[in-house]
Design a protein around this ligand. Structure first.
Ligand SMILES: *Cc1c(COP(=O)(O)O)cnc(C)c1O
Length: 473
């Protein structure tokens, strides 16, 4: 299996090569040259597999340049006891025809762990084979930074430099990241807001000499390895749901998924699973008030906003102004025509708008994708309604998913909502909705008491360069 750029400017490469890349060299995104398909018999033969075994099968269709036994070991290590539920991804019914797909059983209580734990095994494997090191430089306002730190802590040949804005994260998020004591994890606290931290990352990444000298890299949301690892739970959830129906009705049984969305990574993995042949009926994209993607799916017009036009909402991990993975979907809509895609993105860069309104009917008809927006009031009402009906406390991102899913539910058709975080991380809105804060598990309550280790600096690229030069692996 070979990988190319959406814009055509990359020679076909294998999975181990692109695992370490963010952008393709031409500025496009890395995509498989052809999407592998899974036939009905193969899908059925996966029914009894454990999560790690299923991950080996699904990821093995993409990562074809390493021995299968090695991949199986990596998946066993990635999806082991660091997940609190033995089955890794449990399903929790919330009413007769809908259930939550619990992607938040990992060490940081959010769905980013699903892919990051895999990279935490896959990257050291590739680096060791090649005798290379990697220093991951990132900026975070919450979930991504902690998921990366927990995935790469104490991993050989890897350093993590995670910038976070001073005083902008919740007490829980700070405790989660800053109490780590692993030598290869560096929490750099920046005087400023998230964009200041993000700009420092961009500046150092743009300094190619410094980047090469310090083996800098990223594991951001456009990393193809993350998207492929995320395909697995769509297969997993479909197999669990269809366990509950008679065997002769399973073939082609359509299941819908609602996905709380930001950078379009999670839901693109669902689209990939659908393209692979998984019987997905509808993929329901849920946004919060930052609804640039809902606008796109309704009108066919994509108009990214500026960072200052991004609202700070109570589902903060979905607060985006542009969706970095959308290009991969547009590539599919353009029937994988790289020339046409490259032109479209030139136009988008020049005018700020991509107009696909003529194609818009295909989004639903051909790709099964629809969308909706949820607000703070919706989240509060939905957290309350789900608790009253099912005695399950959900987090605000999942609440966006449930809210939008309700508008697309059809009698007799199962609707699965991806649970992208646990409510413990977002106590304030849960308190507003239910009058109590979700109780922390003892191991997390303890974290709040531990000593924190950070390096503080101004938004100063020189100071950051010095620090990385002294501490990289
Ligand atoms: C990252 C994140 C999202 C958005 O996922 P995308 O892949 O960026 O669309 C939704 N919810 C939570 C809790 C997240 O951390």
């Amino acid at each position: 299996m070979q990988y190319v750029s959406t814009r055509g400017g990359m020679k076909p490469s294998n999975f181990s090569d692109v695992l370490l890349e963010g952008l393709a060299p031409d500025g496009g995104l890395v995509v498989p040259q052809t999407i592998p398909t899974v036939d009905v018999e193969t899908l059925e033969s996966w029914r009894e597999l454990s999560y790690a075994e299923l991950a080996t099968e699904v990821i093995g269709l993409y990562w074809t340049d390493i021995p299968r036994e090695d991949l199986a070991k990596l998946c066993q290590a990635a999806y082991g006891s660091q997940f609190k539920a033995e089955m890794v991804v449990p399903l929790t019914p919330i009413d007769q025809m809908s259930a939550l797909v619990d992607l938040s059983q990992g060490p940081t209580l959010a769905f980013k762990d699903m892919a990051m734990q895999f990279l935490g095994e896959a990257l050291p494997y590739v680096l060791q084979q090649r005798g290379q090191t990697l220093n991951i430089l990132g900026a975070t306002s919450g979930d991504t930074g902690s998921a990366a730190e927990y995935a790469f802590r104490s991993k050989p040949n890897i350093g993590v430099f995670m910038l976070s804005p001073k005083g902008r994260m919740s007490r829980f998020q700070r405790a989660q990241m800053y109490t780590l004591t692993d030598d290869n994890v560096h929490n750099v606290v920046i005087e400023g807001v998230f964009d200041d931290a993000q700009n420092l990352v961009k500046e150092l990444n743009g300094d190619l000499e410094f980047k090469a000298a310090n083996s800098l890299g990223t594991v951001n949301s456009i990393n193809l390895g993350r998207l492929i690892a995320q395909c697995v739970y769509y297969f997993w959830a479909w197999l669990r749901v269809t366990n509950g129906i008679p065997a002769d009705q399973r073939e082609g049984f359509g299941v819908s998924f609602a996905v709380p969305s930001g950078n379009f990574g999670n839901i693109f993995s669902g689209q990939l699973a659908r393209q692979m042949g998984l019987p997905i009926d509808t993929l329901v994209l849920a946004t919060n008030e930052n609804n640039v993607l809902d606008e796109f799916f309704r009108s066919g017009k994509y108009e990214p906003r500026s960072a200052d036009n991004t609202l700070a909402t109570s589902s903060p991990s979905m607060d985006i102004s542009k969706a970095s993975n959308l290009e991969r979907f547009v590539y599919l809509v353009m029937d994988q025509n790289q020339e046409q895609l490259a032109k479209a993105w030139e136009q988008l860069d020049a005018t700020g708008t991509l107009d696909l309104s003529e194609q818009q009917p295909r989004f639903d008809q051909e790709f099964g994708m629809v969308s909706g927006t949820s607000t703070h009031e919706d989240r509060v009402a939905t957290i309350r309604a789900v608790y009253e009906k099912a005695e399950v406390v959900i987090d605000p991102h999942t609440a966006d998913g449930v809210t939008v899913a309700r508008g697309y539910q059809r009698p007799g058709h199962p609707m699965l909502v991806l649970e992208t975080a646990k409510p413990e991380k977002f106590g304030d809105i849960v308190n507003e909705a239910l009058g109590f804060e979700p109780e922390l598990l003892p191991e997390f309550a303890q974290l709040l008491e531990l000593e924190q280790h950070t390096v503080e600096m101004g938004a100063d690229a020189e100071a950051l360069r010095d620090y990385i030069a002294q501490h990289h692996v």
